[in-house]
Ligand binder design. Sequence first.
Ligand code: OAD
Length: 252
Amino acid sequence: MSIEQASALLASARSALFITGAGVSAASGIPTYRGIGGLYSEKGTDEGLAIEDALSGWMFQRSPEVTWKYIHQIERACRGARFNAAHAAIARLERRTPRCWVLTQNVDGFHRIAGSTNVIDIHGDIRRILCTRCTYEAHVDDYAHLAPCPSCPECAAVLRPDVVLFGEMLPLEKVEILRRELAQGFDVVVSIGTSSLFPYITGPVLEAARSGVPTVEINPEETTISTAVSVRLPMRAVEALEGILSRIEPSS
Ligand code: OAD
């Protein structure tokens, strides 16, 4: 159970799936959702709501200004941050692995910016803004110039970020890509920096483990999948991925 084993698995893999969560962006200074210092650690919101309710699809329908208030908070926490060595290492591993995918829950867009091309951002991208009524959409670098509850410049309906709110369906086309790739199978499945709460995040790891496919977890804390994986690295993402890369490509 070591970084050497994880390196050997990734060095020989013809295909790999990386499943990532907020822990991968922690070294960029972005707070995680849960755990110490997490955005959700506070006791509810000013409105007396659980944060999951404030950030839900039904709250957005009823009171979009409440949901936007907390989306703005999340965006402010990311503003000015850059991708880190963990994103860069994953992008580097994609370049040397014939078939490689990243399934990420992160909405910061850092995997693509770092150079990963096969990215399923299953929870969306906070920098993409959509109209709730017409086809207007825009890319914004940050929310500095967005109103507290912004409206569409074309039809005046409420705008929303292209992210999945609690209780909303996952984007079908992304689920379809994930299904297609999972059906082909992977030589190794690596879970990094996620508390592994959702079935579409734990499923690919547990299913791989059940079928005898090697699985790796990188997370300083134990999660729901920790006992199922073949290699568990209780380390931070940057430390583990740089360690793996330096063993696979000692000169880089
Ligand atoms: P969480 O905040 O739930 O979990 C972050 C995980 O990262 C924890 O298990 C930490 O132990 C781990 N961690 C912290 N620092 C780390 C580091 N430096 N290196 C490696 N791991 C580290 O975040 P997610 O699992 O991504 O949904 O949360 C899943 C979803 O819940 C998010 O996508 C978001 C949230 O509600 C939406 O926005 C729809």
